[in-house]
Design a protein. Structure first.
Length: 213
């Protein structure tokens, strides 16, 4: 993602009321101490500029939504979109996904969305892919029983890699298609920013839903 560095972006992110600083302090208490409502907790990991979440929080107000993004300039754009919605059920974490299990207690999360995650095509970067086995183990830890991982990508290589890793990590595939827009799974779909770009070029979107066994 190309972006212009903004000198005061870190401070703006830290001071924004939707950003949860020191998220470790809410581990096991996201419902009781932060959202103050016991609703399903859904995470989008690698949220980017926030198009998905700013729509999802409106369409599904009975969910507690959290976006995780590590680049502050990108997160700032997601925060601006979120503020346009006035959703009270949407927060953001400025952090790396690899810290997930330090921030959420076992069984605290209902659903994890991975949308157009960076494919990291070089073999030496395999471990950075958000569906690499070490990430899948963390997701398993924080997900509830019957919790779900949902993935969308334009990248066939990342999709095939994710299918392999999910199987090896003991996840059950519930839904899968290599062309979401010509599949029964499109109903209720909310497009992300990358998705809008790729579908406008006529590219197929790969999609799956999986559950840890
Ligand atoms: C290709 S963009 C996709 C953005 C958005 N999900 C969409 O579909 O439009 C991937 C985003 O994930 C973020 N990201 C990648 N690895 C991450 C990590 N380990 N922790 C947090 N964010 C990450 C990147 O900074 C980037 O903003």
């Amino acid at each position: 993602m190309r972006l212009r560095r903004k000198p005061n972006a870190q401070q703006m992110v830290q001071e924004h009321p939707r950003v949860v600083n020191n998220p470790q302090t809410y581990k096991g208490k996201w419902h009781s101490h932060l959202f103050k409502r016991d609703r399903p907790l859904y995470l989008e990991l690698g949220t980017g500029k926030g198009q998905f979440l700013s729509q999802a929080c409106l369409e599904q107000p009975s969910v507690n939504w959290i976006g995780v993004e590590r680049i502050e300039e990108v997160l700032l754009q997601a925060l601006q979109k979120a503020d346009d919605t006035e959703c009270e059920n949407l927060r953001f974490l400025w952090m790396d996904v690899k810290l997930l299990s330090e921030v959420f207690a076992p069984g605290e999360v209902d659903r994890i969305y991975l949308h157009f995650s960076d494919p990291w095509p070089k073999t030496r970067h395999t471990k950075r892919r958000l569906t690499y086995s070490s990430f899948l183990q963390q997701y398993r830890k924080v997900l509830k029983e019957n919790g779900e991982v949902l993935l969308k990508t334009d990248n066939e290589g990342l999709f095939d890699f994710s299918l392999e890793q999910l199987e090896q990590a003991g996840y059950r595939l519930i839904e899968s298609t290599r062309d979401l827009y010509h599949s029964p799974y499109l109903s209720g779909n909310i497009a992300t920013e990358y998705e809008t770009k790729f579908t406008s070029r006529g590219m197929p979107i790969y999609y799956l839903k999986a559950q840890p066994l």
